[in-house]
Design a protein around this ligand. Structure first.
Ligand SMILES: [Zn+2]
Length: 445
């Protein structure tokens, strides 16, 4: 049976690091649970380095915590005899391009930490509940809007400081930590600087660039870099885990450019394939100024429709849940107060949903732009006679025709126009304006 790290495609180094850390963490817990067989001295005199200082602090906390006088690391029950904490620390950052599996890695690591065997067996209740998102000591922050606010972060940090109910770790996973507001980042920094003894923070971000994660937070964390998985590795997991036919898996893995989730969607969801086809039809439709504006409108509207479909179901479920909660008070005491708060709660919910919709639109548009960039990249590769496989095997003939028409420089200019559009949207230029500018550039060359 596959363990919790099985889905971390093509990330052997990261997996080795995390396995080692999980084993160390389990050893720390064992060391803390074993009563002292010898007098407790200073926990360690020999911290091997800065990165272990926090760990020493962690180990000291354990000594002081559940069983007074618990032995120093390396006490009885510690088979290896060394410092059981080496390899484990309380704050981690998973970096890598979108789709490389940052959040998959963070969840798998969380499961391994909560695993009753300490390995991430994939079978025990600790592993199961963590992966299913129902473990009481694992909190997952998925920012729904464009940023994570300070209120949310403060509440989270507060709860994270409590003693783990399952007796192992309190874990906070923050997906898209690059979307923390500055104030939220500061609230998090405080917690990371003075970590509660059993709390582990797992942050996910595209990179450790100061734009993504503050230098001070980064300096307190261990970084686990993930690479863009190779298409072959992605195809392999689609076949093994999702039962997708090998030829479909190979096509989808290449078309998704290393994005595992996207590859799975392309392989399974006919609508996702249709949307991709429509995007890849853009280059041959650009026959004039009018056509360029039409193509821009079509792309924006497709992204809006895709986003609307993606959030509609969850929006409706949330609204229903809130209405039930508000209506359920009946005539009991406090019902009047609850009603007074109802309007505000509905307003809050609408605000959250709107911000989530905006985010979903941007994500959908970005996926389309990545597909389009892949097409021009293929044309450029053909023009340069580069010995590389095409991203989109199904539009290879079109890319070849483009290469003949545009030459390498023309293909490169068009590729740059797509990448500039992505950057402009990222920098908050109105998507429609950025996409129109891009389409005109693609048409004119
Ligand atoms: Zn387990």
């Amino acid at each position: 049976m596959a363990d919790v790290f099985a889905d971390l495609v093509g990330q052997d180094e990261a997996v080795a690091t995390l396995r080692h850390a999980a084993a160390s963490a389990a050893a720390l817990l064992r060391a803390a649970a074993v009563p002292a067989a010898r007098p407790a001295g200073p926990a360690t005199g020999a911290g091997p380095g800065d990165s272990y200082d926090k760990l020493d602090a962690l180990a000291e906390e354990f000594d002081a915590e559940p069983i007074p006088g618990a032995g120093p690391p390396g006490g009885p029950g510690e088979a290896a005899g060394g410092d059981p904490g080496a390899g484990m620390t309380h704050a981690w950052i998973f970096t890598g391009p979108p789709g490389s599996g940052r959040s998959v890695a963070a969840r798998a690591f969380a499961a391994a930490l909560q695993c009753v065997h300490g390995t991430g067996c994939g079978e025990c209740p600790g592993c199961h509940t963590t992966l299913a998102g129902t473990h009481a000591d694992v909190r997952l922050v998925v920012p729904e809007g464009l940023s994570i606010g300070v209120g949310e972060m403060r509440a989270l940090v507060l709860r994270a400081a409590s003693t783990p109910s399952g007796g192992r770790w309190q874990i906070v996973i923050i997906e898209d930590a690059d979307r923390l507001t500055e104030a939220a980042g500061n609230a998090l920094l405080k917690a990371v600087e003075e970590p509660p003894p059993r709390t582990v923070f797992l942050l996910c971000a595209p990179s450790t660039h100061p734009d993504d994660i503050s230098v001070t937070i980064r300096s307190r964390c261990r970084v686990v870099p993930l690479r863009q998985p190779l298409a072959g590795a992605v195809a392999e997991v689609l076949v093994r885990r999702d039962g997708i036919a090998p030829d479909v898996a190979e096509w989808a893995a290449a078309a998704a450019q290393g994005h595992v989730g996207r590859a799975r969607r392309l392989a399974r969801d006919p609508e996702a394939r249709q949307r991709r086809d429509a995007v890849l039809a853009v280059p041959r439709r650009l026959t004039g100024v009018g056509a360029a504006f039409d193509a821009a409108s079509a792309l924006i509207e497709a992204a809006e429709a895709e986003a609307a479909a993606a959030v509609a179901e969850i929006d409706e479920a949330e609204r229903a849940a809130l209405q039930t909660a508000l209506g359920a008070g009946g005539t009991g005491r406090g019902a009047a107060g609850a009603m007074r708060g109802a309007a505000g709660q509905l307003k809050d919910l609408e605000k959250r949903q709107k911000s989530r919709a905006t985010r979903a639109q941007r994500d959908a548009l970005d996926r389309a732009l990545v597909d389009l960039a892949g097409f021009y990249r293929d044309a450029l590769a053909v023009a340069l006679r580069a010995p590389v496989a095409p991203v989109h095997t199904d539009t290879a003939a079109l890319a070849e025709a483009g290469a003949q028409k545009w030459d390498a420089e023309g293909a490169l200019r068009r590729l740059e126009a797509v990448l500039e559009c992505r950057a402009a949207i990222e920098a908050n230029v109105k998507p429609r304006i950025a996409v129109e500018a891009m389409m005109l550039a693609l048409w004119k060359g």
